[in-house]
Design a protein around this ligand. Structure first.
Ligand code: BG6
Length: 497
């Protein structure tokens, strides 16, 4: 019997089945959903790829990817063999008609929901939608899932949206941003809107500033083809970082339904203060990694500079790091800087939202250090998930002195043996037609509208990225960005807290 969440049989067509994303994230997520009984027994996953392969070769690749992703040495053979039977493999060139004819023959039942998952470069999305339509593959029960970045700027994003709208209604389009499926992001909503404790302090009167960091230790890996034309701003900031900012800054939605949440997020995006003209050089830091050393369990390992990565142009000016300061022009947030930062080959893998409260208006205690007095709430998304609250307490044995203490709010996780990956949550949502955690067209366009002037400025003025050593925390200019405001990034504050 299907368990809850597996309400109807469906066909999921995974286009770009050999992509890094499909192998590292989507297949492992689908496998776990399958093992947990969350996929309908009569459902079917059609993996489709341009690469000529056989189903058994492809499954061998999937198996290796799942083992690697989950850091396992073996899979349960019985469940793997059932999952293998659930999967079909199709060799399709997404730009040619023949492949869609093949697909048409396979997808016999037009009444079943068809979910077309595009794990491909977004320049292919219009062709795919046109081909699906001309082969009569789209019905009112179909959905299309679009991976980010959707377009490379406002204009191309708008063009893709127009193409999609010609064949699908807005409710059939699922624009995915996997950061919204992460447990701690859900927890951020729960902590903000299921507790009355924070709401009164959640504004410019009490909050000094907010930092959002997504730091990665990996380099560009085998994705140079994609990354060279994308860079950190389009790959991470225009989507993941802005979505985290929206979840942190939005007004309480009326409910958890898709429209209510998305209405609030789009209001935040529309209130982002534009960064234009000379402010771009002042407020935005563009970086690219040089050679350096990455700390590993086996000691420091030397790594290449970005320009020496396979497939990267030796004169490349692609950004592998971006940091910026932005404000939200509304009643709640006026004057509160949000510092956003992301980069590859940084010192540590970490993703955190740091809400730094203001200091008490008048201190009656002797202070060890000024910074330590202010409260801080930190949402940690990875590598480990949790929330910590920094408070002050009296120093035992010291007259009239206080010191910082940290409350670690780790979910009790009673009965939870594994935290599901974000893609599991989001794939289950698409299958169950729940769009709450997906982006609406106006959200995407508001994000591009805000990011566009920065991209144009870099291009028109030939702005070169500042270099940083692999294994560091990014270019010196990123430290300066906060230092100019008398502030420090969280990792530099760590020693104090
Ligand atoms: C993807 C980016 O969206 O997110 C990658 O394209 C990045 O460049 C990845 O590595 C990071 O995701 P996570 O969940 O591993 O932090």
């Amino acid at each position: 019997m299907p368990v809850s969440g597996a309400t109807e049989a469906f066909d999921l067509i995974l286009m770009g089945a050999n992509s890094d994303l499909a192998l590292r994230k989507l297949l492992p997520a689908l496998y776990h959903l399958f093992c947990d009984g969350r996929l309908h027994p009569q459902g079917r996953i059609w993996t489709a790829s341009r690469r000529a392969s056989t189903k058994s070769d492809y499954l061998a690749l999937c198996k290796t990817a799942i083992l690697e992703h989950d850091a396992l040495t073996s899979l349960n053979e019985a469940s793997w063999s059932k999952f293998s039977a659930y999967i079909g493999y199709l060799n399709i060139d997404f730009e040619k008609s023949q492949g869609y004819e093949k697909l048409h023959k396979k997808l016999a039942d037009p009444t079943r929901p068809r979910i077309f998952y595009c794990a491909l470069h977004s320049k292919l999305y219009p062709t795919i939608a046109q081909q699906l339509a001309s082969h009569d593959l789209i019905s009112e029960h179909s959905r299309i899932v679009l991976e980010k970045p959707i377009g490379s700027d406002y204009q191309s994003g708008a063009m893709i949206n127009r193409c999609m709208a010609a064949y699908f209604s807005e409710s059939q389009i699922f624009r995915i941003d996997h950061y919204l499926g992460k447990e701690t992001v859900q927890n951020l909503l729960a902590l903000r809107f299921a507790n009355s404790l924070f709401e009164h302090q959640w504004n410019q009167r009490y909050i000094d500033h907010i930092q959002i960091t997504i730091a990665e230790t990996i380099g560009v890996e085998k994705r140079a083809g994609f990354y060279e034309s994308t860079g950190a701003l389009r790959d991470m900031l225009q989507n993941h970082l802005l979505q985290l900012l929206c979840m942190t800054a939005m007004e309480p939605p009326a409910s958890l339904n898709a429209q209510a949440i998305r209405d609030e997020k789009v209001k935040v995006l529309n209130c982002l203060k534009p960064i234009t003209g000379s402010n771009i050089d002042e407020q935005v830091v563009r970086g690219q990694y040089e050679a350096g050393f990455m700390a590993t369990a086996d000691g420091n390992v030397a790594v290449h500079r970005y320009r020496d990565e396979p497939g990267v142009d030796e004169h490349s000016v692609t950004d592998t790091f971006v940091a910026l300061k932005v404000e939200i022009d509304n009643w709640r947030w006026a004057g509160v800087p949000f510092y956003l930062r992301t980069g590859k080959r940084l010192a540590q893998r970490s993703c955190e939202i740091v809400v730094q409260f203001k200091q008490v208006p008048h201190s009656i205690f002797a202070m060890q250090h000024k910074q330590t007095m202010a409260n801080k709430l930190v949402f940690r998304l990875q590598p480990d998930e949790g929330v910590r609250l920094q408070l002050c307490e009296k120093r035992i044995g010291h007259h009239q002195q206080v010191r910082p203490m940290t409350l670690s709010l780790k979910s009790s996780g009673a009965g939870v043996t594994r935290i599901p990956d974000a893609y599991e949550r989001l794939l289950a949502d698409v299958i169950n037609n729940n769009a709450t955690l997906f982006l609406r067209e106006d959200e995407l366009m508001a994000a591009w509208k805000w990011a566009d002037p920065i991209l144009q400025h870099w291009q028109n003025n030939d702005v070169k990225p500042e270099t940083y050593a692999a294994g560091s925390w990014g270019p010196a200019a990123a430290t300066l960005l906060l230092a100019k405001d008398g502030r420090l990034w969280e990792e530099n504050n760590d020693g104090l807290s």
